[in-house]
Design a protein around this ligand. Structure first.
Ligand code: HPA
Length: 279
């Protein structure tokens, strides 16, 4: 999954498996423990990643590995139920493939959801956090290599997370009386959890949450011209002075519990994103 041609091939194959004339407005990436959010998708059509030529399939726990096309609150969405990661030995181009396929299928916006550890001591487990900005500590970028045919060579990342979408998501949470934090996501390659010194550094750098995904996909999305909203589900606390070993089963369980809140937020928010898209 290195070059534009392969991504185009996947997009063509995916479109041929979807209902004729289906065109997503919004792409949605569901990470660890969040696959249950596809329950919010009406009239779903499932296309396993294995049916798309060379499309990277994740072996990570709780990542289902398929596209789901349908509607949430009437808005056409293309969901990635599961994603692959750098820690699986995937390249940044492979990690970004799903987002690029989604853009080629016509989506103008991307919502990226992940599980993350809370670095901000005021943030509680089980809450959702809007990603206001990110720090890419993975050492990887999907934009290295030959200049892309479409989009900018040096895309601006100063407003990677769409300010209007952040405001609309905040408003939706308020109406739902849903607790929603806002902060900076630090993306790391993993798969090992952080040391105490790393956790302290990420907090000092300005991080509010840390996780092993998202930043590479968001860079690709911005370069492709998508408007981006990022949501972290805070599954564990990651505080240098009282660190406890993290169990991936607990991370998955906490994300699953927060899935209902994420569904409610998406149902309330998506029609407003669409208004904002067309207006
Ligand atoms: N660190 C890194 N990735 C994570 C964490 C964490 O504490 N929690 C969920 N994903």
């Amino acid at each position: 999954m290195q070059n534009a041609e392969k991504v185009q091939n996947c997009a063509r194959t995916l479109q041929s498996r979807l209902p004729r004339a289906f065109r997503p407005d919004v792409g949605l990436v569901l990470g660890t423990g969040l696959g249950g959010v596809v329950e919010a998708v009406d009239d779903p059509c499932f296309v396993p990643y294995t049916e798309l030529p060379d499309f990277p399939v994740s072996g990570a726990p709780s990542h289902q590995g398929r596209f789901v096309a349908g509607r949430i609150s009437g808005v056409p969405v293309l969901v990635q139920q599961g994603r692959c990661h750098l820690y699986e030995g995937r390249t940044a181009a492979e990690v970004a493939a799903g987002v690029r396929v989604t853009a080629l299928c016509g989506a103008g916006s991307l919502i990226v959801a992940n599980a993350a550890g809370a670095l901000n001591p005021r943030f509680e487990c089980g809450t959702l956090m809007l990603i206001d900005d990110h720090i890419n500590c993975t050492g990887a970028s999907p934009l290295t290599g030959p200049a892309p045919a479409g989009g900018l060579r040096f895309p601006d990342m100063s407003r990677a997370y769409d300010p209007e979408y952040l405001r609309l998501a905040g408003d939706a949470a308020l109406r739902l009386a849903l607790r929603l934090e806002k902060g900076v996501y630090v993306g790391v390659a993993g798969p090992q959890w952080e040391t105490r010194a790393e956790t302290r550094l990420y907090r000092m750098m300005g991080g509010d949450a840390v996780g092993m995904s998202t930043v590479v996909e968001v860079i690709a999305a911005v370069q492709a011209g998508l408007r981006v909203l990022g949501i972290s589900c805070l599954t564990n606390r990651n505080l240098p002075d009282c660190m406890v070993p993290v169990a991936v089963e607990e991370v998955i369980a906490a994300a699953e519990r927060a899935g209902a809140d994420l569904c409610a937020l998406l149902r309330a928010l998506l029609p407003r994103l669409r208004c904002s898209l067309s207006g």
